[in-house]
Design a protein around this ligand. Structure first.
Ligand SMILES: O=C(O)[C@@H](CO)OP(=O)(O)O
Length: 333
């Protein structure tokens, strides 16, 4: 079996890259103004920043958050938006160690817990639109995570599969729409199709075909499993979709969450972090760990993973994210 490195492996892949050939990104990351906060969720780490109503091009919630009454200052607008990527929580076939691919399997109770924990980690990050794959495990994860969000907007799946579906799911109140977050589902974000490995036990497959062969099927960039998709083939649809459908929202100043799968997200992260086909081999994503990027001036700046509410370590917010969080703090007072 492939060495199952943790999410931290991403960090080491990434920091190696940032310290190396992509020094331009290094400087960009260093230029982002950091505001340290002690923990993530309600009531913690007030930063004393004044909030006001937002705008579509700012990290402040674009749906007119009320003023906190501390004065009439407006935050400086910036063209910064946040992108959260999250792999679904543990599925019932992850638990059984079966190749899953495009088989539509739900979360386990542990996966549900992971999604809720992920939601706590991102409960202070603005989210205007959510993309999920067409599969239940990513949709469950997105919905469970959003139940924890402090803004308490309601994530609503948009149904555009037919005119009737579109008209029957219409909302007839602008106020209610304002308090909703559209959830767009797309098959292009589905897990890589694992072909004839789907449903097979990973350990038994390694015993039968050899560890190296199975590792190549699972982690190489361009070797597809028998009658399945390689990562390259998966990237063709997932990264194209990301560029065509997700990036325009970020460019418009919207804050986006993408809930998807190990390999569809590996291909997107490969694109965002400009990883080579060699580097992507060691990129492993744990279930239910959200990853944050800031999109600014056309560049993606990796911010790592927000800490959970009970973790003591310090997480660096951008100034705009800290302002948004401060606004949420003021709303619950
Ligand atoms: O079975 C799968 O679909 C994937 C993700 O769980 O497995 P792997 O780690 O082999 O890419």
């Amino acid at each position: 079996m492939a060495a199952a490195t943790s999410h931290n492996a991403i960090v080491s892949t990434q920091s190696h890259r940032w310290n190396g050939k992509n020094s331009r990104l290094d400087r960009r990351a260093a230029n982002v103004r950091l505001v340290s906060v002690g923990s993530c969720c309600p009531g913690s780490g007030k930063l004393g920043l004044v909030c006001a109503s937002g705008s579509k091009s700012s990290v402040i919630d674009p749906v007119h958050l009320p003023s906190n009454g501390k004065g009439g200052h407006s935050p400086k607008k910036s063209s910064e938006s946040s992108l959260i990527l999250i792999r679904h929580g543990e599925s019932m076939w992850n638990e059984k160690n079966l190749f899953t691919g495009c088989v539509d399997v739900p979360l386990t109770p542990k996966g549900v817990e992971e999604a809720i924990e992920a939601g706590k980690r991102i409960c202070n990050i603005p989210i205007d639109v959510i993309f999920t794959s067409a599969m239940i495990r990513s949709q469950m994860t997105a919905m469970l995570a959003m139940m924890q969000h402090r803004r308490k907007k309601v994530p609503i799946i948009t149904h555009k599969e037919s005119e009737q579906a579109q008209s029957w799911s219409k909302i007839y109140s602008e106020d209610t729409k304002e308090q909703s977050i559209p959830v767009i589902t797309a098959w292009q974000l589905n897990e890589r199709m694992y072909g004839e490995l789907q449903g097979l036990n990973k350990q038994e497959t390694a015993d039968r075909f050899g560890k190296e062969q199975v590792h190549e099927w699972r982690r190489s960039y361009d070797t597809p499993p028998p009658n399945g998709e390689s990562l390259e083939m998966c990237a063709d649809r997932a990264v194209s979709y990301f560029k065509d459908q997700v990036v325009p929202h970020l460019t418009a100043g919207k804050h986006v969450m993408v809930a998807a799968h190990a390999n569809s997200l590996r291909s997107i992260i490969m694109h965002l972090d400009k990883l080579t086909s060699q580097e992507v081999i060691s990129l492993e994503l744990s279930t239910g760990i959200p990853m944050l990027y800031i999109f600014k001036e056309g560049e993606f700046i990796r911010r790592g993973s927000p800490v959970g509410p009970s973790e003591a370590s310090v997480y660096a917010y951008t100034r705009n994210l800290a302002t948004y969080r401060d606004t949420l703090d003021s709303m619950v007072q």
